[in-house]
Write a protein that binds this ligand. Structure first.
Ligand code: HPA
Length: 291
């Protein structure tokens, strides 16, 4: 056996702590084309993944592959304290050939850094025919059709339960805060079930019809392994999909990575503002309740 994942996460966390001393209030994983939020952070420590011991490398276009830790400027006049946010600009995917242990090591590392709150974002295809292009979908639940769990393998008690509960992966409290924030901005926010596949090929129309029957509203190739690991570690999670395209067969056209990324960059600024308003509420809410 190699080094235990727990110890690898501790080593990565130690390295990150050398770059920033502030406790991290919340971690955010930004999906394809959604990287802009990281640019709004003040006094950032910017750490490319390849410098972090044990982190894999991001190989996909649209994922820049760096960790940005900085302060979120407080809203003027809000009296809020500044929040320290750790943002992953880009993530690792199973389809890149990494084991799910590698894909989820950053989440383990956040756990080792004491992070309790997590926002997972992604680009996804709209399976629900009512979803418009560029819509944001609050993830209410997921279906793991990757058909593999990141928790498979020898169990290590230091990581959490062997059989973690998955009845509320995505915090209802956070969903409520996200809805309030979207209302404030008059931003449309759909909600639904995210279905994860291994990829990297997009789906066939027949597969999409099957997913609709299964109860999926959006389909993508990420997020679920990270959410499972984060739940095992007791984090509270908010999940958001950007609907970058209608899923296969819902329109006549093909699906391609360029237009997926283009949609991401079109909404990236507004999405950054949304997160900027939402994060302080999430930190405040859970601080009042639990600390
Ligand atoms: N399918 C799977 N993953 C995706 C899609 C899709 O249509 N769009 C963006 N990510």
């Amino acid at each position: 056996m190699g080094v235990a994942i727990f110890d690898r996460a501790q080593a990565s966390a130690r390295y990150i702590r050398e770059h920033t001393s502030n406790p991290i209030d919340i971690a955010v994983v930004l999906g394809s084309g959604l990287g802009e939020f990281a640019e709004t952070l003040v006094d950032p420590a910017i750490i490319p993944y390849e410098q972090i011991p044990d982190f894999a490398r991001s190989t996909v276009e649209g994922h820049s592959g760096r960790l940005v830790i900085g302060q979120l400027p407080a809203m003027p006049g809000s009296g809020q304290r500044k929040n320290t946010v750790a943002v992953m600009q880009g993530r690792f995917h199973y389809y890149e050939g990494y084991a799910l242990e590698e894909v989820t090591l950053p989440i383990r590392t956040f756990g080792a850094l004491g992070v309790k709150r997590l926002i997972l974002t992604n680009a996804a295809g709209g399976v629900n025919p009512l979803f418009k292009l560029g819509a944001l979908m609050l993830i209410t639940d997921h279906i793991n059709l990757m058909m593999i769990s990141p928790l498979r393998g020898q169990h290590d008690n230091r990581l959490g339960d062997r059989f973690p509960d998955m009845t509320e992966v995505y915090s209802r409290e956070y969903q409520q805060l996200a809805r309030e924030t979207a209302d404030e901005m008059e931003l449309a926010l759909d909600s639904g079930v995210y279905l994860a596949l291994q990829g990297p090929n997009y789906e066939t129309p027949a597969e999409i019809r099957m997913m609709r029957v299964l109860g999926a509203d959006a389909v993508g190739m990420s997020t679920v392994p990270e959410a499972i690991v984060a739940r095992q570690m007791g984090m509270q999670i908010l999940g958001i999909s950007l609907i970058t395209n209608q899923a296969a067969g819902l329109t006549n056209g093909p699906i391609d990575h360029e237009s997926v990324m283009k949609m991401g960059s079109q909404i990236s600024r507004q999405f950054g503002e949304f997160l900027g308003r939402l994060v302080p509420k999430m930190v405040k809410e859970t601080t009042e309740h639990t600390e």
